[in-house]
Structure formats: structure tokens, C-alpha cells
Write a protein that binds this ligand. Sequence first.
Ligand SMILES: CN1CCN(c2ccccc2CNc2ccc(C(N)=O)cn2)CC1
Length: 253
Amino acid sequence: MFIQAITLFPEMFASITEYGVTGRAFKQNLWQFAAINPRQFADNKLGYIDDRPFGGGPGMIMMASPIQTAIDAAKQHYKQHSIGQPENSRVVYLSPQGAPLNHAKVQALSRLDNLVLLCGRYEGIDERVLQTSVDEEISIGDFVVSGGELPAMMLMDAVLRLLPNVLGDSASAEQDSFANGLLDCPHYTRPTEFQGMSVPEVLKSGNHALIAEWRLEQSLRRTLQRRPELLDGRCLLPQEARLLDKIRLEQEQ
Ligand SMILES: CN1CCN(c2ccccc2CNc2ccc(C(N)=O)cn2)CC1
């Protein structure tokens, strides 16, 4: 997968290309990345790519033209390098006004050949380039941060984890909590005793069926407790329904 970020701060993306599983996968060429700085496409010698908002108000708006040129350059790049299929490519704009990102959306994005991530700064981007050149607007949550770069890197990390071979067999993405629509169960490691607290016996039993059932019960218990709405509309496997009934019965007592 070839990901391009349109950003005023290309260096920020070292956080994902240089560290952790995403960094190792990048070095193994399991995915490719390029940053495009719209400042190089400024219409003026001084490199201005922002201007005051029509209608007044605080802050500055990113001008349409340099962004348009940057998006066209990104599309040109994957076309001339014939990376994947142009139709299997998408331009995504990270913004508080976007559709909420969730696991299903991450899965859909992980099947693309090319992904262009538009990172806004200042107070946002001129609407006219968004209307013509952005395929999808996505939000990583109902809060505002000072630029689209961190949201873009969070989206990238979630997507890259789903690419084949990125997570060696040690940690597979389908075991990720949201992959099954539930919150994750509690985890423990050595030492057995920590500040007078021990480890649930079942986890030391070596009985893998019992351990799996305990973990599923803990996930269901946590989901019911912290995010009950995640259970609405989620079809339950027989084992999940049985455990959920048991938990609900206990809570009624
Ligand atoms: C001070 N202004 C900075 C620029 N910002 C803005 C406005 C429009 C687009 C992008 C941004 C970049 N910020 C983002 C981006 C995404 C998310 C998210 N939830 O996905 C949160 N914030 C408005 C506020």
C-alpha cells in the first residue's frame, strides 16, 4: 500500500515510519510512504499558502490552489509509478467534521492500493478544493487537535496493522479487541505476585479452552460495564450469549 500525506510538517511522519511495528514494516517495504508539502506549490514567491477567511473571523484558511496542486501531484505520483489501480485509490481528509473512524472503515481503507491523506492546519482548508478533490472526510473522534497529522498517523497505524505480515504471527490483528467488536480483556504477566495482588488462577491452569472462555467473559463484562452501546446490534455467538446471560444474572443479584 502506498500512502501519501499532504502536510506542512512532513518530518512528523517519522513517528510512524521510524518506530515500532509500522516502522519495521516500512523498512521491510510492506508499505510505502511519501509526504508532499503544499508550500512548494504556493502561487507567490514568499510561499504563502494561507490567507484570511472571507466573512472575517479568527485565524487563517489554507488556500485551495496549493492543496489542489498537491493532490494532483499525489495522484500523478501513483499513476506514473503505476502503483496499484487508480480506481482503488482514495483521497481522505482528516477533520472534526468527518465520519467517525471505526474498525469497519479501517478494514475498508486497508484494501486500497493508494491512500492520500490531507492534513489541515490553520483553521481549515478552502471548501472548494474539498468539494472537488476529497473522496472521504474522516474524524478520529469528537475533539479538535491543532493539525490533521496526528489523526492521519492514527488512521495509518490502524490500517497498517491489518496489512499482511505487518504484525508477525506473534500479535495478530484479528485478536485486536475491536476486531470482534468487544473491549479487550485484562492482561497479566510475571511476577505472579505484585504488591499483594496475584494473577487469576485460570490463566495459570494451562487449560486453553477455559482460558479462552475466561477472556471472552471478561471482554463481555467490560464491554457491558464501560461501553454497553457496543453490544446493541452486535449479533452474539452462542457462547457469547450464554456468558452475557450469566453476567447479567449475576448483576441482578
Ligand atoms: C485550531 N484548528 C486547527 C485545525 N483544525 C482543523 C480543521 C479542519 C480540518 C482539520 C483540522 C486539523 N485538526 C483536526 C483534524 C482532525 C480531527 C479529528 N477529530 O479527526 C481533529 N482536529 C480546526 C482547529
